[in-house]
Design a protein around this ligand. Sequence first.
Ligand SMILES: NC(=O)c1ccc[n+]([C@@H]2O[C@H](COP(=O)([O-])OP(=O)(O)OC[C@H]3O[C@@H](n4cnc5c(N)ncnc54)[C@H](OP(=O)(O)O)[C@@H]3O)[C@@H](O)[C@H]2O)c1
Length: 247
Amino acid sequence: MTDSSPVAIVTGGARRIGAETVRHLHQRGMNVLIHYRASSEDAVTLAETLNHVRPGSAHTIGIDLGDPNVGDLVRDQALEAFSRIDLLVNNASSFYPTPVHETTHAQFEDLMISNLQGPFVVSKACAPILSQYRGAIINLVDIHAMVPLKDHVPYVSAKAGLIMQTKAMAKDLAPEVRVNGVAPGSILWPESEINDTEKHQAMLAKIPLARQGEPSDIAKAVAFLGLDAPYVTGQILAVDGGRLLNM
Ligand SMILES: NC(=O)c1ccc[n+]([C@@H]2O[C@H](COP(=O)([O-])OP(=O)(O)OC[C@H]3O[C@@H](n4cnc5c(N)ncnc54)[C@H](OP(=O)(O)O)[C@@H]3O)[C@@H](O)[C@H]2O)c1
């Protein structure tokens, strides 16, 4: 019998927030295509775990978002594995400090590709199939797309562009495809700042809900907008413990 479960693609889905989103959508009954770039071991282990729960429910694809064929290849892999696409989660992202006078062309390009161009290219390729299944796109943005983060001009510019991309695509792809964004606040410390407890304390003091968020807070918001909000499109949902109120 053919498996007609709905299908989600999660970019950067091997680790951290992406992996939690994959697990959550899978728990909600979706088949999942886990996209990764370098984290092949994590991606394969996650897929194996999920396939243990429901055989054939998880596949992987490894490709850089800068590859000119990334959109078509990701879409075709999802169709080959599952024959349909219902939800695309553009989660993959590069993030690191780039003080203005030290930013290289390569860094600017890398941050733009993963945070702005990649989501466009993959969304464009998947849109006709999403349209067929009345599906949805969720873009992971950042509260710092609304209020700048010091020393991160290319990153916050790309994420601000991704907010407009979300709204513009919502308009262009309606009524068949809904497009929304989730803007995390502080969820997981960047890996380069994991031991900077002073910075962590300063950040926590500015969050009204007095704690860091958890990857599951983001995964649930993605599932809400992607699966449970049929009359919502073109919106950005901040999941930040109220942090924006203190910015
Ligand atoms: N963590 C937070 O507190 C926070 C706060 C605000 C916004 N966000 C947003 O939420 C999302 C998830 O956050 P996160 O911290 O879990 O992300 P992350 O760990 O920084 O990155 C997720 C994945 O993106 C992939 N990636 C980066 N550049 C890529 C490229 N050029 N091509 C393909 N894949 C690429 C990497 O995959 P590989 O490992 O396979 O290379 C990486 O594992 C991101 O969009 C982020 O901007 C997070």
